[in-house]
Design a protein around this ligand. Structure first.
Ligand code: SF4
Length: 402
């Protein structure tokens, strides 16, 4: 078990949401995939080992640039997250030298949560052992659905059997903190499919995952699904079916002992994602890699998304930053409130006061009163939170703050 996550078990919510203990976080982006999924709008490159090795060289150059800056070298990072893309595609040798570079360049808390996003087909013995050896203590597996026809219709490269086999191997290798990502609202998905997906996930051997993310499908322009929607060829479940799937997840997972702690996220006690909690707490994080975003002391910046400009900047000894965003105070306050109210228990109002020197009511009094009057938002126990209805209409709530 990830020792630190384990120590969080049974802690009262206020303690688990102690903002000063969440961050800062370190995010490393690996933009390669075996194949593009049909719903995905991330910038992802077709994976080739040589190309990925050169990218790791570039990442290490970026790491050293930031490590030469005392603002980053002097802090202790509490979480490290390898996201993508598909980080599990990296060859073990490339992953280990990347990890060694991170460890020798930055201070990583000895109890840090270290997460790797993995696709089921990459959960092979050699890789699992290399990840554990390098210090990864949490896996986030993209499972998505338990029906092979739905996986195939989403452009996924694996079937459900690969999820079962890979998951069992990960457990046997020694991973004691595993999360699965699932999607509801897929084309052709029925309420029964979704129920069956949850049942199969809960029945995974040798025991169910510690964490589940259940995302409603978003159809984005620029994806194959987006094109099919324009052409009238995308057959999505009805809105009421999608809402029923979400409600079923909330009820079924609560009955199975999971805490519903964020709109889309469920965890066994003590296994909330600390890296993501820091995002929702509007905390500081440093993002490395092509297309990665950073947030540090109210300033945000995004890296070059494409590999060419990213590598060129580093070859010239420059940080590969493409855009800097220094939003006005009101926008930063609205963003903090939107992020914090993603938490089902609500955002401690103290977070807001600590950050901005005023209460949420002083900043957004009329909007909060209106939303409370409509039964979408409430104040309870020093926190501001979405009501059950507000959870289903979260986008409407947040639009009112902008
Ligand atoms: S594996 Fe993940 S990042 Fe890659 S295309 Fe599929 S959904 Fe997108």
């Amino acid at each position: 078990m990830d020792g630190t996550a384990g120590r969080a078990a049974g802690r009262p919510v206020d303690d688990a949401l102690d903002r000063s203990r969440l961050g800062p976080g370190l995010y490393v982006h690996i933009p390669f995939c075996a194949r593009k999924c049909w719903y995905c709008d991330f910038t992802a490159y077709h994976h080739r080992p040589g190309r990925a090795s050169r990218y790791v060289d570039d990442l290490m150059a970026e790491i050293r640039l930031y490590a030469a800056d005392d603002a980053f070298a002097s802090v202790t990072f509490r979480t490290l997250f390898f996201g993508g893309g598909t980080p599990s595609l990296l060859e073990p040798g490339d992953f280990c030298r990347l990890m060694a570079c991170l460890r020798s360049s930055f201070r990583l808390d000895p109890g840090a949560e270290v997460t790797l996003e993995a696709n089921p087909e990459d959960l092979r013995q050699d890789r699992l052992e290399a990840w554990l050896e390098a210090g990864v203590n949490r896996l986030s597996i993209g499972a998505q659905a338990a029906q092979d026809r739905l996986l195939a219709a989403a452009g996924r490269v694996h079937d459900w059997r690969a999820v079962e086999v890979g998951y069992r191997r990960a457990r046997q290798a020694g991973f004691a903190n595993i999360g699965l990502d699932l999607i509801f609202g897929l084309p052709g998905q029925t309420r029964d499919d979704w129920r069956e997906t949850l049942e199969r996930v809960l029945a995974l051997a040798p025991g169910p995952p510690e964490h589940l993310s259940c995302y409603g499908l978003q159809v984005e322009e620029g994806t194959l699904y987006g094109r099919w929607r324009r052409e009238g060829r995308l057959r999505l479940p009805a809105e009421e079916d999608e809402a029923a799937m979400y409600r079923h997840a909330v009820e079924r997972l609560a009955a199975a002992g999971y805490e519903h702690y964020e709109i889309s996220n469920f965890a066994r006690p003590g296994f909330r994602s600390r890296h993501n909690l820091n995002y929702w707490a509007d905390g500081d994080f440093l993002g490395l890699g092509a297309g990665a975003w950073s947030h540090w002391h109210g300033r945000r910046w995004g890296n070059q998304r494409f590999l060419g400009p990213y590598a060129r900047a580093l070859a010239e000894g420059r940080r590969p930053v493409a855009e800097v965003d220094e939003p006005p105070l009101k926008t930063r306050m609205a963003d903090a409130l939107m992020l914090g109210t993603r938490l089902v228990e609500g955002m401690p109002a103290a977070w807001f006061v600590e950050r901005f020197g005023q209460t949420p009511e002083e900043a957004f009094g009329p909007q909060l009163a209106d939303l409370a009057g409509r039964g979408l938002l409430e104040r309870a126990g020093g926190r501001i939170r979405l009501t059950r209805r507000g959870l289903l209409l979260a986008n409407e709530v947040w639009a009112a703050l902008l």
